[in-house]
Design a protein around this ligand. Sequence first.
Ligand SMILES: Cc1ncc(COP(=O)(O)O)c(C=O)c1O
Length: 423
Amino acid sequence: MERFLGRPKFFWNKDRRTNNLRQVYMDHGATTPVDPRVKEEMITYFSDEYGNASQMYQLGQHAHMALELARERLAKLIQANPGEIIFTSGGTEADNAALKGIMLTKRTEKNHIITSTIEHAAILNTCKYLEKQGIKVTYLPVNKHGLINLEDLKTAITKDTALVSIMHANNEIGTIQPIKAISEITHDAGAIFHTDAVQTVGKISVDVQEMNIDLLSMSSHKIYGPKGVGALYKKEGIKLEPLIHGGGHEHGYRSGTENIAGIVGFGKAASIASNSLFEEKKRLAKMRDQLITNLLTIEDSRLNGHPTKRLPHNTNFSFKFIEGEALILRLDDRGIYASTGSACSTKKLKASHVLLAIGLRPEIAHSSLRLTLGRGNTPEDVNYVLKIIPEVIQELREMSAFTKETEEYVMQLKDPNNHDSEN
Ligand SMILES: Cc1ncc(COP(=O)(O)O)c(C=O)c1O
């Protein structure tokens, strides 16, 4: 594998380079490229300013100052105080720290968590683990657009509920939950509110004070920062047991020598996002709507997720009679990078739990395509995608054994009132 390191972009696909094929990356929900301005700020902290932020001498203090500047920048992006930001190794760790940390603090008095069926694996698998430790978990269902029902939350919440964790926006279908209303119901019942905001921070406005959030997870690589860095916002006064013990870094909430270069990158990415969020949101939403309007003209297509309460850069479609994986590979051949099903676990060929939760039949869930726009995308990219996708869908449908006729036949067989097939 070492021979692959440091090779030029797309070296593995000679045709793609020599044929000058257009490259369109539309998988920004999975990850984003590091912004060159972020990279430039990080570079210094590898070999020049390499000090340990805990040391008193100047080299250490430079690292310490860089760490605190990043904390301020992150805090500004979500309207928090710098002292409320705990740096972690990413969104997954922030989610784990919130859920396990609260339950370790609370479980002698309260033993119940409420979450939703469409959360990211970082929440769902943490909840499964906590269930094995004897904690009760309620998974709220969602409607056909991916929204939870506030009445369901009111019914599920009890005096025993320690924590409600509902994601701000879904990573697959982009649906944005009514966070302020959810936090209000949670607080009225005396519970703590956490939200996984990995897909929203830096993309749409997030104000932890206005939304009355107690704990919030973020990730750097979704906002043009480096991978392996994230943060947990913890409102002052909320008690949390740390997951990682050691030298007491991050005010004792997350020990371990800080990843200064990574954190500097996250801070710079947050500051760029703070300054460009409003304009970028508008630019992306315009391209998103163009994708939606045009791709829905393809026969037997549907949009997954809420028609309006959705992330400005997210689209998610199902195209009947094709396999999402085949579509992704064909698009890859044409230089388009997109995803199907659950992007964070694409290697599993299981239908996405999110698409099943909004009520799609497994075969429709398997035919999904997620296009997530980002900073590098232009209207020309959108035009290219709009030209290629209908062609590829037609090619795949011509080859597919599953057609409208076979679908009708299968539906007939499943119909309990249909006795034709009985002999
Ligand atoms: C909603 C959500 N939560 C958590 C994560 C995990 O974040 P990280 O990759 O930084 O661990 C992701 C990543 O895709 C996500 O989309």
